[in-house]
Ligand binder design. Sequence first.
Ligand code: ATP
Length: 279
Amino acid sequence: IDCSLTVVGSINADLTATTTRLPAAGETVGGGRLSRSPGGKGANQAAAAARLGARTRMIGAVGADSDGQAMLHALRAAGVNTDDIAEVAAETGAALIMVDADGENQIAVCEGANASVSLDGIEFGADEAVLTQLEISLDLISELATRVPGFLAVNAAPALPLPAEVVDRADLIIVNEYEHSQLPQLQTAKLVAVTYGAKGSALLARGEQIAFAEAVPAKPVSTVGAGDAYCAALTLGLTSGLEPERALRAANAVGAAVVKVASAQPQFDRFETYLSALD
Ligand code: ATP
C-alpha cells in the first residue's frame, strides 16, 4: 500500500492480568496470569499501520525509564519511525488491564508522559494522513484540526466531548458503539465509522449510513487493540481510494486478526493480503 501516515497519540506500557472473571467493585479475584506488553491507542495504531505496510511515523512522548525504552523498541520493531517521540520528565504512560475468560476487559489508564505530547517543531505534509485519538490533550487535537493540511482521522476514544472545530474539520471520525451514543454532535460530521464489535462496522456521512460490513468471525482471546488496528486499517483503506464498503470489510478483517491473539500489537500481514482475501 502506498500511503504515508503520521500517528499522533499515546504510548503505554500495558500490564495485563488474565483472570477467570472480572472482579466487582471492592472484590479480589485470584488465580490471575500477568503479562507486560506494549500498548496505548496511539502506539497500537502506529504499529498496526507500519505492519500493514504504510510509511508510518509517530509523534508522542515517553519517560526516561525502562518502560519508555521498551515501548520505543517495540515501535521500531514494527517499522515505525520514532524520531519525533520525545523523552520527557514524567513516567511512561501505563494501562492496567484485566481480561476474563471471554476476552472482556476493564482498563485503568495512567497518562504520565502522554500529557506532555507536543507539536512544536513538527511539520505536516499535504500528502500524509494523520490519525489521532483522545488519550492525549484535547487542545492538541484542536491544534491538529488547524495545522494538518491533508487527511485527518480522529478516533474519538475514550468517550470525551470532541471540540466543535475538530468535528467540523476531521475527514474521518472513528468511534465504537458506546462512544457513538455519547457523541450526538457526530450527526453533522463529514464521515463517521462506528464499530459494533463482533457485529461489524458502518460508515455514516452526516448521520446517514452509507455502508455496513459484517465482522469476520473470530474466536476472541482478547479484544484489546482490535479497535486500534481497525482505525489504522480503515484510514489506510479510505486514503488509498477504496470504496466505503470494501474499506470497512478490510478493516473488519484486520480487527478480527487482533481479537484472535493476546497482544495489542500483534504481527499482521500486508494490507493487500486482507484485501485479496475479500474476493
Ligand atoms: P477495543 O476493545 O480495542 O477498545 P473497540 O471497542 O474500539 O475495541 P470494537 O467495536 O470492539 O472496537 O472492535 C473493532 C472492530 O474489530 C469491529 O468493528 C470488528 O470488525 C472487529 N472485532 C471486534 N471484536 C470482534 C469479534 N469478537 N469478532 C470479530 N471481529 C471483531
